[in-house]
Design a protein around this ligand. Structure first.
Ligand SMILES: [Zn+2]
Length: 510
């Protein structure tokens, strides 16, 4: 089945239409939400201008399903008739089989349910989703059957073969779906009617006097009190509490009598549902109209949610939301946050070298197992980014290795080499916040690397200064395959490296 005739969501993994299941639709929940989807896509062979589409609607009768061009457009907008639609042809740019005349109009990219996209928007709040950062990540993960391989089986919706995780190998997706029916995956993860009904029941008629009550009784102040919070007005103390996580609120109230005396207001309990807080995943109340939001008994709702959590009580849509949130959305937002703090790719990108040739005579090569010839670059026709840097003939003081954590695994993203005399050389994506330092104290002659399936995981230095044992930066593990390179003679003069959107996949020295 061609990509354009189905919707496979890159966040939840659900595929529309469900095939080969003999599913009794009449007894299934309403799955119309799985027909509404967006795409993050590019048009033409170039991959540098990704866009977010509007909301399209999958229909089984239509030979081609498309999405509206602009993010604010929907398939059912009345004033946009006939709507120009973009058909997403594949997850890869146009290949040699596509005639040149069609290449410029060929759209390719990734599909997501509008409901699942809304989860990403919620988890990224108050910031908006950075489409370029997301695109960099999407182009850096392997992909099969139209969905990115995040390293999990989408809650069992796909077959996953676990290879050897200790060797840095993640599972590979095998089948289109596992034919497992996971009931919660049929329920809308964004709009959960049972949750809405529960919240609607918890309405109170709040007025100003009640708000004033919630400020509590003023503490009888001991003039000799050295509680530094004593000088703060109530509003500031309350504000402080709303920004702390619930555990820290408890600690602070144990430590300070002043803070303990602040009676927790409805506003405070509402803050427990804000992004990053205890019940961030139960954000439904925050989407109410301002007046309904004001009338909601947040304190009651908070205690109700705690009770339900302790009793493991959860509605189907809520369960689906929790799965997608924990498996994909949260680690993805965390990765986007870290990526936003990294430098642009450092080093000149002039060189062109076929890494398959294992390097030219004078170049020594380290590469990850599947980086260069794998489904994520060659078969998917994705771009590998290259960088080159020249090193001064000086003694190296230290090498600083930058890392990025991605879905629980740390990968090397770049190197910063600091020489005696103050010179520096940088290659790759640098993040001074994540750096680990390796001391050198001699000429840099080579490197040892621990190499995983998708990227280099640890480095140790080979210097003119002989040392008895290797000092590693990164997640060194004996089980990971190791590679070593050394120049033919003397210090390293040039370093080249290949990268995906953030990970170092290969390194060459001469
Ligand atoms: Zn989805």
């Amino acid at each position: 089945m061609a990509e354009e005739h189905k919707v496979a969501c890159g966040f939840c993994g659900f595929v529309t239409p469900r095939s080969g299941l003999g599913l009794d639709i009449s007894s299934s929940p309403d799955i119309s939400w799985t027909h509404h989807y967006r795409a993050v896509y590019c048009t033409g062979p170039n991959d540098s201008e990704p866009r977010l589409s509007g909301v399209g609607c999958y229909t089984s009768s239509s030979a081609q399903n498309g999405v509206p061009l602009k993010p604010h457009q929907r398939f059912d907008d009345v004033d946009l008739n006939p709507l120009p639609l973009v058909v997403i042809r594949d997850v890869s740019p146009p290949g040699p089989e596509i005639p040149d005349t069609e290449k410029e109009t060929y759209s390719w990219g990734f599909k997501f349910h509008d409901a699942c996209w809304s989860l990403l928007v919620q988890a990224s709040a108050p910031r908006s989703v950075d489409i370029k950062l997301l695109w960099r990540i999407l182009l850096s993960v392997p992909c099969a059957y139209g969905v990115p391989n995040w390293g999990h089986t989408y809650g069992g919706l796909y077959y996953g073969t676990r290879k050897d995780p200790t060797r840095g190998e993640h599972f590979a997706l095998l089948g289109l779906n596992s034919h497992l029916i996971v009931p919660s995956t049929f329920s809308d993860p964004f709009k959960v009617p049972e949750l809405d009904a529960m919240i609607a029941k918890l309405r109170i008629d709040r007025d100003e006097s009640q708000d004033a009550d919630s400020r509590g009784i003023p503490l009888h102040r001991d003039s000799k009190s050295n509680d530094s919070f004593a000088i703060l007005p109530f509003e500031l103390k309350e504000m402080l509490l709303t920004y702390l996580n619930s555990e820290d609120v408890a600690h602070l109230r144990l430590a300070s009598r002043e803070m303990a005396a602040v009676s927790l207001s409805q506003h405070f309990f509402q803050s427990r549902f804000w992004p990053g807080q205890e019940f961030e995943v139960a954000f439904d109340g925050l989407h109410l109209t301002p007046s309904d939001k004001r009338k909601t008994d947040w304190k009651h709702l908070y205690h109700e949610m705690k009770k339900r959590r302790n009793g493991n009580m959860v509605f189907l849509g809520e369960r689906n939301r929790q799965r997608i949130w924990k498996q994909t959305i949260k680690p993805l937002v965390a990765a986007m946050d870290r990526l936003s703090e990294m430098s642009e790719l450092k080093g000149s990108s002039e060189w062109k070298l076929d890494l398959e040739l294992e390097g030219e005579a004078d170049w020594k090569l380290i590469k990850s197992q599947r980086s260069i010839n794998n489904e994520s670059s060659n078969e998917l026709r994705r771009r590998v980014l290259r960088a080159e840097v020249e090193l001064p003939p000086a003694i190296v003081e230290a090498v600083y290795i930058s890392f990025m954590s991605f879905f629980g695994t740390r990968h090397i993203t770049g190197l910063r080499i600091s020489f005696y005399g103050g010179e520096e050389a940088e290659i790759g994506y640098i993040s001074t916040r994540s750096e680990e330092k390796l001391r050198a104290g001699g000429f840099l002659e080579g490197l040892h690397a621990a190499v995983a399936e998708y990227g280099i995981r640890a480095f140790a230095l080979r210097t003119s200064q002989l040392s008895e044992f290797l000092e590693w930066a990164g997640d060194f593990d004996d089980a990971l395959p190791q590679m070593s390179v050394k120049t033919n003679k003397g210090p390293i003069r040039k370093i080249r490296a290949a990268f995906d959107g953030f990970r170092m996949q290969a390194l060459l020295i001469t």
